[in-house]
Design a protein around this ligand. Structure first.
Ligand code: C2E
Ligand code: MG
Ligand code: MG
Length: 744
């Protein structure tokens, strides 16, 4: 500041003016908002109040005389400033700069300084400096700059498009925004937002739709379809916010995100969901169809089960209860009977020769017969009775509360109703049943036992001439016991050498010579003794043993003949009986040939005896087998002729050599005119067919005479000889050399 005492020497007016100017200057300095300092030779000479404030000095006077260096952070920065400032000031110019300075307590701060030399020609006269504290402004600016920098970074690196709009003009946007809409960098700067709207109307609509929320201080959010530079649409997720909702003119910031891929994924998802729903719908329909089908199937199954149930309990052909249901009913009937001490009858009914109906008229006719019979049987019994069918022509009747009298009454009735002719197609058929009856409790305690008894009784009825009924008796029991016994014993007979052959001579009624032998089987059991073939042959036929036994018979018989001839006996024929089972063996003719070959016998020496039944049951097959045997040279005879039902037409077709007149006709031939006539008829019929005849069971001279008179060729019987052992037969032949036929 100027020293006023030094100005006393100046003229008074001038002095006063000067003093006034100085006072004015002092006021200016004191009220100035900036720091002002006068520096001379690097020393602070004078400064104002503000300067002191800036540098943190309350007492400005204390600063006077201090070095100007203390105003700077260090010596180097002070020097650097001086080097920049003085050359410029020396040219009379002002030096201006922003400089980092140091406050009294050491804190650095930014200041703007302006300096000027008092006399540019002489720096020693000092310089005036104006200092403005710009520290806060500088810091704020730096923060703003860094904020702006960050913002730019964010804008440039954002994964979303960002645009600043002011009055719907893009003032700033990032590259992402431009690429999103297909523009080159910078292309959208200053562009109207209209360019990215698909239509003018869209753009106008957006005015309200978008800006209304912005005005309310809210964020606008929407998925929009924007227009790319090439006109194609792009799906965007758009967010916008006003910079200041009170003043929309300050603009707004918009963020757009390309959601085409997401949209596509969403659409694909939607499509997938729609497809799935459709698939589910289709599957549901399929399922409901399946469920329906299953329901139907279940219903069918039920019907089938009911049918099976019916099948399980009822006979399919006649609708009668079957064995299973009979079992139930019998069980029930027997337990009732047991409690009430009443009797129950079980009846076995079997049709006689039913097989013939099937064989000759066919199964259909046979079935109709069975159905008709079933109806008749059902009609003849009471409500509580059960008529069941076991299969074939076998029926079982369960008659609760029925004793012997009741059962025989019903049996009689059944025989009568069965006898009524049955009309099927053009056939009028008559069937006769055989009935066996067993009574509870005496003939068996359960169905099994009662069945066995009734069955045995039925067989007895058949054996006794059929078309009748028999009650189960002790005798039947004994017989069936014996059958069982023989059945078992017979199984070992062959291997235990209990079987043997006897031979009965056959005599020519013309020459009186022994022209043949019939091989007759003998069984001698160590305990049972001799068992008749009429007893054990049917058993062997029933259990199949007749096959090995029959083969053994044929082998032994042919071997025997071969031996005899070898020992000098004139050749005779050997008759061997053949069972139906053997006859039906598929390779029977071959077997016969092999046996003959093994015995080294010419085939014409073997005569096979078949009963009428064997030939007539399956006549066509029989014809074929007989042809085959005939071709092999073997002779055949029909045994027991006259007892069966030979049809003349078949007889002609059979390759039969001989008819063997059954002994039942021969027996009474001398007394019974019928038998006489029958035998006479057989002989003449045979001769007309060119067949040989042999009579069996010839016991008397009278019988022989009659047969001879009728022209019978041969005879066999006790009159000549009983069946003999091989040795006895050989002896017999030797003894009976004479041509006359003398009794033995
Ligand atoms: P068949 O073939 O009709 O045999 C004749 C039966 O009459 C024989 O009984 C025989 O001994 C008997 N006989 C012979 N002459 C007379 C007589 O003057 N008066 C009486 N009352 N009977 C006489 P056998 O030996 O008891 O045989 C009975 C049946 O057994 C045979 O009847 C035949 O059907 C069968 N048989 C015997 N041996 C065999 C065989 O090896 N195989 C087969 N399948 N059946 C045989
Ligand atoms: Mg015989
Ligand atoms: Mg016979």
């Amino acid at each position: 500041m100027p020293d006023l005492t030094q100005l006393t020497a100046a003229p008074r007016d001038t002095l006063e003016e000067l003093q006034l100017a100085l006072r004015e200057q002092q006021v200016i300095l004191d009220t100035a908002g900036v720091g002002i300092v006068f520096i001379k030779n690097r020393v602070l000479v004078r400064c104002n109040q503000r300067f002191g404030q800036i540098f943190g000095h309350d007492d400005v006077a204390a600063m006077v005389g201090s070095s100007s260096r203390s105003l700077y952070p260090d010596e180097a920065s002070a020097r650097k400033l001086a080097e920049a400032a003085y050359p410029m000031m020396a040219r009379g110019l002002s030096f201006k700069s922003e400089v980092l300075m140091k406050r009294h307590l050491g804190a650095l701060f930014w200041a703007h300084m302006t300096g000027k030399l008092v006399n540019p020609a002489d720096p020693n006269e000092g310089s005036i400096w104006i200092i403005d504290d710009i520290h806060e402004k500088k810091v704020a600016q730096a923060q703003l700059d860094s904020l702006l920098h960050e913002q730019t970074l964010i804008l440039d690196n954002a994964m979303v498009g960002i645009v600043f709009l002011r009055e719907r003009i893009a003032t700033r946007c990032n590259q992402r925004f431009e690429t999103l809409l297909g523009y080159k960098p910078g292309e959208l700067h200053g562009a109207s937002s209209r360019v990215w709207y698909l239509t003018e109307q869209d753009w106008i609509d957006a005015t309200y739709r978008c800006y209304d929320p912005l005005k309310a201080g809210k964020t606008f959010e929407e998925e929009m379809v924007l227009r790319k530079k090439d006109g194609s649409p792009v799906h965007c997720d758009v967010h916008a916010k006003a910079i200041d909702s009170n003043d929309l003119s300050l603009g707004s910031i918009w963020i757009g995100m390309d959601i085409t891929a997401r949209k596509k994924a969403e659409n694909e998802l939607l499509q997938a969901r729609a497809d799935l729903e459709e698939l589910v719908e289709v599957r549901t329909q399929e399922l409901s169809r399946t469920v329906l089908a299953l329901k139907n199937k279940a219903a069918e199954q039920k019907i089938a089960e009911a049918y099976i149930q019916r099948l399980a309990h009822f006979d399919a052909l006649t609708g009668l209860p079957n064995r299973l249901l009979l079992n139930d009913r019998c069980h029930h009937a027997l337990s009732v009977a047991q409690r009430s001490k009443k009797s129950v009858a079980l009846m076995f009914l079997d049709l006689d020769h039913f097989k013939n109906v099937n064989d000759s008229l066919g199964h259909r006719v046979g079935d109709e017969v069975l159905v008709e019979l079933a109806t008749r049987l059902k009609g003849a019994v009471r409500e509580q009775d059960t008529v069941s069918r076991l299969g074939g022509d076998e029926f079982i009747l369960l008659l609760p509360d029925t004793d012997e009298t009741g059962a025989s009454h019903l049996a009689q009735k059944l025989l009568e109703i069965a006898l009524q002719p049955i009309l099927i197609e053009q056939h009028e058929l008559t069937v006769t049943p055989s009935i066996g009856i067993a009574l509870y409790p005496q003939d068996g305690a359960d169905l099994d036992a009662l069945s066995k008894s009734a069955d045995a009784a039925m067989y007895r009825a058949k054996a006794d001439g059929r078309n009748g009924y028999r009650f189960y008796t002790a005798q039947i029991q004994a017989d069936s016991d014996r059958i069982l016994l023989l059945d078992n014993a017979l199984r070992r007979a062959l291997e235990r050498h209990q079987l043997a052959l006897h031979f009965q001579p056959q005599i020519s009624l013309i020459s009186g010579q022994i022209i043949g032998a019939e091989a007759l089987l003998r069984w001698t059991h160590p305990e049972l003794g001799a068992v008749s073939p009429s007893e054990f042959i049917p058993i062997a036929e029933a259990n199949g043993l007749i096959l090995p036994i029959g083969e053994w018979v044929m082998r032994t018989a042919t071997q025997q003949l071969s031996n005899w001839i070898a020992r000098g006996m004139a050749p005779i024929t050997m008759a061997v009986n053949l069972s139906a089972l053997q006859f039906r063996l598929p390779n029977m003719p071959q077997l016969v040939s092999r046996i003959l070959l093994d015995a080294a016998l010419p085939p014409e020496l073997l005569e096979i005896e078949l009963t009428e039944g064997v030939a007539m049951t399956h006549p066509l097959e029989a014809v074929a087998v007989m042809n085959e045997l005939h071709q092999r040279g073997v002779r055949m005879a029909i045994d027991d002729f006259g007892t069966g039902y030979s049809s003349l037409s078949y007889l002609k077709a059979f390759q039969v050599y001989k008819l063997k007149i059954d002994q039942s006709f021969v027996r009474d031939i001398t007394e019974d005119t019928d038998d006489k006539a029958i035998v006479g008829a057989i002989i003449s019929m045979a001769s007309s067919l060119g067949l040989q005849t042999i009579a069996e069971g010839v016991e008397t001279e009278g019988q022989l005479e009659y047969l001879r008179a009728q022209g019978c060729h041969e005879a066999q019987g006790y009159y000549f000889s009983r069946p003999l052992t091989a040795q006895a037969f050989e002896d017999f032949v030797r003894e009976q050399q004479a041509p006359t036929c003398a009794p033995s």
